[in-house]
Design a protein around this ligand. Structure first.
Ligand code: SAM
Length: 240
């Protein structure tokens, strides 16, 4: 099946080939304020969501090596092996790993989730947190996740989702379209970047549809779990 030539960049329709450059501009612009903005925008909740993801990875106890790739890893919050397309986000991540004495345990690799620079069947788990909706060709990223995972390994994706609590949806919209761009302007000096982030959340497929995409990539036992009234969902699938 041929790929569509156009896609969404937030609320705008853009050529598929142009999207990655626009996404890169957003994260280049906000990299230095990215961590602070996450705490402010989510009232710290992003930490609990990421904890849920890391808990689900559940590496075996003991010394057996367990290789995890965290795609679109940004500044390294999930931090096992971080692969991200944006050098500025990776630079912040490397500094944080150094500060925490983790620089030996985590490698930060410049790479595209659509064409991962790793051999087939090399990882025991693949994680991606708030990254996949930024990737222009989501199907390619899912196919790559499948390719690099070993048989028996797990795919885990944290992404914004569809709020399913009456009342919370209206409040969430109000907050997203008003407070977040204003915070972006004041704290990160870029309201547009944060308007893009909000719009891209709205454009992302509903969780059932995204689960179908994960299945189509070849994953089995596909499931998702809504967190915080559906603001976020944790998606899971296995390469069997
Ligand atoms: C919202 S941030 C998420 C960062 C981190 N995972 C977190 O949860 O804090 C999205 C990240 O996706 C990265 N990204 C966008 N397109 C990408 C691609 N094609 N391949 C890899 N990373 C990409 C961006 O550079 C950015 O660091």
């Amino acid at each position: 099946m041929s790929e569509p030539r156009q896609t969404h960049f937030g609320a705008r329709t853009v050529d598929l080939a142009a999207k990655q450059g626009l996404v890169d501009d957003v994260f280049r612009s906000v990299a230095r304020r990215y961590d602070l903005m996450n705490d402010l925008m989510s009232g710290g909740l992003h930490r609990a969501w990421k904890d849920a993801l890391v808990t689900a990875v559940n590496p075996p106890k003991g010394d057996r090596p367990f290789a995890v790739i965290d795609a679109a890893g940004g500044t390294g919050d999930i931090a096992f092996r971080v692969c991200d397309i944006n050098a500025e986000m990776l630079a912040v991540g490397r500094e944080r790993a150094l500060e925490r004495g983790l620089d030996g345990a985590v490698s930060f690799i410049d790479g595209n989730a659509e064409a991962l620079p790793f051999p087939d069947k090399s990882f025991d788990a693949y994680t991606i947190a708030f990254g996949i909706r930024n990737v222009p060709r989501i199907e390619r990223a899912l196919a790559e996740a499948y390719r690099v995972l070993k048989p028996g390994a797990r795919f885990l994706c944290l992404e914004f989702s569809a709020v399913d609590v009456p009342g919370l949806d209206a409040l969430y919209d109000l907050y997203s379209f008003n407070v977040i761009p204003a915070l972006g302007r004041t704290v990160a000096g870029d309201a547009e970047a944060y308007r893009y982030l909000v719009e891209s959340i709205r454009r992302f497929p509903k969780p059932q549809v995204f689960a179908g995409m994960i299945s189509n990539a070849g994953f089995r036992r596909v499931s998702f779990r809504p967190l915080t009234g559906g603001i976020v969902a944790l998606h899971s699938g296995w390469r069997l």
